[in-house]
Design a protein around this ligand. Sequence first.
Ligand SMILES: NC(=O)c1ccc[n+]([C@@H]2O[C@H](COP(=O)([O-])OP(=O)(O)OC[C@H]3O[C@@H](n4cnc5c(N)ncnc54)[C@H](OP(=O)(O)O)[C@@H]3O)[C@@H](O)[C@H]2O)c1
Length: 440
Amino acid sequence: MIAPLRVGIAGLGTVGAEVVRLIEQQGKILSARCGRGIKVVAVTARSKTKKRGVDLRGIRWAKDPMAIAVDPEVDCFVELMGGVGDPALSAIEAALASGKSVVTANKALIARHGLKLAALAEQHGGALNYEAAVAGAIPVVKTLREGLAGTGVDRVYGILNGTCNYILSRMEQEGLSFADCLKDAQRLGYAEANPSFDVDGHDTAQKLAILASLAFGTKVAQSAVYVEGITSIAAADLRAAAELGYRVKLLGVAVRTATGIEQRVHPTMVPRTSSIAQVMGVTNAVTIDGAGISPITLVGPGAGGAATASAVLADIADVARGVRALPFGRPVAKLAATTKAPMERHEGGYYIRLMARDLAGTAARIATRLAEQKISIESIVQRHPDGMIDAVDATKKSSPVPVILITYATSEDAMRRALQAVQSDKVISGRPQVIRIEKN
Ligand SMILES: NC(=O)c1ccc[n+]([C@@H]2O[C@H](COP(=O)([O-])OP(=O)(O)OC[C@H]3O[C@@H](n4cnc5c(N)ncnc54)[C@H](OP(=O)(O)O)[C@@H]3O)[C@@H](O)[C@H]2O)c1
C-alpha cells in the first residue's frame, strides 16, 4: 500500500476551506481513484482563530505559508491565498525548489510568473498544476494540454468572467443599464466593490494568456493581449444585437492568423444560435477549434468555492497518482516567443451604431466613407424613437437617430479610417459604438 499523499494548504478562504472539506468528505473516492489516500497534514491562513466551518482538528497549524512550503513532512503544497507577489510567489518557489509538487488556483500569479515557476518545476521534478486558475470547474487546462495533445488548435475563445456575463445577460433580458446590473451583481456577491478588474476585461485577459500558451505553445504573456471591457455597452446595443440575430458576450479570443497569434478580449457579437451564445448568467464557457474536428465547447461554473475546489482536487489527485504533465504542455525552453498582434490588422465583421444627424444626404455620406475603405455593408438599419428598426430612409426628417450598420469582414484599420472620416464630416453626433463580430 502506497503511503497517503501529504498535503499542506496555505489559504483557508472560499476555496481553501472547501478543499479541506472535500478531501475529508470524498476521502474514499479519492483513495480509490488515486490508489492511495490524500491527507491534509498542515494548513495556514492569516487568522488562526477565524471560524471556517471545517474541522481542522488533527491538522497542524503552520506559522506561515513558507513553513509549509519547506516542510519535509509535506509532499504537495497547495496555494490558495491569491495575490501576484509574496507570500504566494516565494512560497511556491520554495516548494518547487525543494522538489514538492504545487497546486494553485492563482491565475494572476500564473499569468505573471508561470514561466519562471514552470522552469523550476521542470528542474526539480515536481508538478505545477493550476486547473482552477482558468474557468473554475471546467477542465480546460487538461483538455488543451492532454486531451488535445494530438490536435492542432486554430482558435480558443470563451466567456471567462462570470461577473461580465451576468451583467450582459441581465442587461439583455431585462433591458437594464450597465450601472444597475453592476449594482445588483455587487449586492449578490458576483462583483467586487472595485469591479474594474472584471468589467475592464483584465481578469479575462489573464485567463486568456494562459489558454493561448497551452493552445499554441507560446510563452504566457498578458501584455500581448488587447483588452477592452464592457462598460461602454448600452442596453440599445443588446436590443439591436437581438433584432439582428446576435448576442453580445465579453469574449477572450486567441486565434492563429497569418500574422501571428492574435490574443484579444472585447465585447463580441456572436450568432444567437451558437453554443457560446446560450451561456447566460455567471456560467463560463470555452470553445476550442481544432484541426479536423468540429468545435468543442465546454460549459460550467467558473467560480465559487465548490466549483474551484473541484478543480483543485483534480490537480491534487494527479499529484497523488504520480501524473506529471509539463505545466504548459511542453518544456519552457520550447515555448515560442509571444508578440502582440496589432489590432489594426484584425480582420472581421463589425457592428457600428452611429447617431446620425438629421441632414440631407447623411446616409449616403456614411455609405460613401465606408465604400472608400472598401467596406461592404451587410445590413444598415435605423431605429425610430418608437423602438422599431427599418431600412434607412435618408429622406425622413427627425432629430439624431441611431443608425446601425453590420459590415462584412474588413480590417480594423479600414473600419477606423472610415469612422474617422464620418466624424470629420460632422454628419453624426457623439462617438460611434463599435462591437466586433465573431461569426463562427
Ligand atoms: N473564489 C473563487 O471563486 C475563485 C475562483 C477561481 C480562482 N480563485 C483563486 O483562488 C485563490 C483563493 O481565492 P479565495 O476566493 O478562496 O480567496 P479568499 O476567500 O480571500 O481566501 C484567501 C485565504 O488566504 C489567506 N491569506 C491571505 N493572505 C495570507 C497571508 N499573507 N498568509 C497566510 N494566509 C493568507 C486568508 O486568510 P484569512 O482567512 O485568515 O484572512 C484566506 O484564508 C485566489 O488565487 C483566487 O484568484 C478563486
